[in-house]
Every structure is written in structure tokens, then in C-alpha cells.
Design a protein around this ligand. Sequence first.
Ligand code: DP6
Length: 347
Amino acid sequence: MKITCQSPVNIAVIKYWGKENVELNLPTNGSISVTLSMEHIKTITCVESNEQIKQDSLVLNGELVEIPGRMKLVIDKMRNIAIRCGNRQIKYKSESPLESPADPRHFITIKSRNTFPTAAGLASSASGYSCLVYCLSLLYHLDAYLTRTELSEFARLGSGSSCRSLFPGLVEWHLGDSSSTSVADSICDSWEDLDILVCIVKSEKKKVGSTVGMQQTVKSSALFKHRVEGMPAKLETMKRAIIAKDFETFANLTMADSNQFHAVCLDTFPPIIYLNEDSRWFIEFVHEYNRMAGETAVAYTFDAGPNPVLYMRSKYTGDVVRLLKQLVDVTKFKSIRDFNECVTIVN
Ligand code: DP6
């Protein structure tokens, strides 16, 4: 029995940084992100289960690797739920292409690959874990018992930000006050004239991984405490801007949050520096472009890496891309207008 799915990356506009509970990936603040289209950037995962398979295994980008502890935890949790679901009442129709669920007591083979550089600060763990959880939910027909929001808890256990990739469009990960309430939900499915441009200025491995970086920040940054205090109001304003399709507020808050996040990283001791000279060039470019346009036309955000993601009003996309091509040497993935959610590839 085999399930193949693909899952998108999401890029936060109000960022998750800091854990209240490291083991469960419970965050110190809620966050909001945009799920990207899967045309260029995605994870594709195939999970196979049958009684001939003698142990669980993981092939990541063509290489047989050890299954990380967090992934084992996610797989075990989902298997246990699948075993217990046998006695539960079915609430929904399963979207699984498999007629009957796989036996959760059998071992599985996971083959997963990314169509973009792993660990380049482009949220590969987000598409990776959301894809695995989506595959397993279809393999065991868990989607017949649990909502997408309930399933997002499993993705969060793997990697915090991945719970947001289970939804299309603009998505909120609620802070919650327990494992079952710190989950993701859709704010709105799409934003007609919003374009996204992912620029790759550097594609090497992150210097400081998010998990370690967050722990250092929580321990040492005074600015971080200030950030956390301001979060509930910020999240509320952002949500209202998204619902009203108020690009100006959305864009300014996105840039301010990215700047504050990187300031907090710098305030961490020893400091974490994700931005580089190219990143700073993009920041100045965007502010200068907006000044010339006479309105907020474009916004930038940077995750735990130097690569800028630009959000823009679609009427400016052609001009921005033309200018960037003239001015810098970047590998641009594409302007992305449609937002995707995980899909199953029936094979
Ligand atoms: C800067 O979700 O990768 O991209 O929970 O430790 O796996 P873990 O961290 P991860 O952190 C993402 C951090 C961020 C901001 C965000 O996506 O919200």
C-alpha cells in the first residue's frame, strides 16, 4: 500500500520564534503565514506500508538516512491514533485513494524529496513534515476521524511551522494553551492580487538551526520579551488587515515583524546573524521602490536565512521582476499567485 503526496512551503509574515515547550514544539507566540504555490517549491513524499517491510526507513533526497527522533514521535503518535480509530465513529469521508486503510502495525518506507535547497532557510521542514503527516493521514484514513486542524497538531510536533503548510492561503497557527489547541487554521484561502517572489541569494545550510537558535534567544534576549508582549495585538491587526485585504497594513507589519525578528536574533547571545549583504540590499531596494511608487507596493520578509521573499501588489510584479533582473543576480523561483494546499498524487 502506497501513498504519494506533495506539500507546499509556507512563509511567515508574523514569525514563530521561541518555544514554551521544546519537546512539544509549543510556541511562545502565535504566527501567521502564506502558503505558496507548489509549481516550483515543494516536498514530494511517498509512504509505503506492507508486511514485507522489516523496519521503518527514510530516504531523504535519494539518501538513506536515520529517522530523526521527532519524526519517530510523529509516526508513533499517528500509528497509535490509527490503532485507536478502529473503535471510533467515522465523521468524514476519507480523501484517501486507498480503498481500505493500511495496517498501522506494519513498518513503513518513507521516500521524500524537496524541489529546493534543504535547510537554506526556506522552511523545508515545513513542507517535509506537513507532507509526511498528510501521507500518513491518508494511508491510515485518519482524515475520516480528524479535521485538518486536528491533524496539524502532528505536523507541529515534527516542526512547528509545518502545521501551517496543511492549509492553503493565509493561515494562523494559534498559540493555544496545550498540544491539542496549539494548531493551525485558515484565515482566508486566497488573495486575488497578491504576488509572491522567492529570491534565492544563497543556498547553503543554515549556520544556526531554528530549534537551537530559538532556545538561545529565549535564554538570552531581553528584546525577545518585548516582542512576545506585543504579539497578541500584532496578530490581531494582521488578521484584520488580511480579512480586509488591506495590503498597506499587511506589508508594513510584515516588514516590521521580519526586522524585529532579526533584531531579536542579533540581541541573542552569542548573536545569530541570518541576513547578509544581499539581504540588506533587498531591504533598501524595497523601501526605495515604495518611495518611488508613492505607496507601499512591495514588502520583504526573511526567515532563518538570507533569502528574501517579496510580497507585492500584482500590478507591480512585472516591473519589480524586470528591475531585479537588471540589478541583481538572483535565482528567482517565480511570482506566485495561486496558493496551494497538500495534494495527493494518485499513482
Ligand atoms: C524563522 O518551524 O523550522 O521560519 O519548530 O524547531 O522545527 P522547529 O522550527 P521551524 O522554525 C521556523 C522559524 C521561522 C519563522 C516561521 O516560519 O514562523
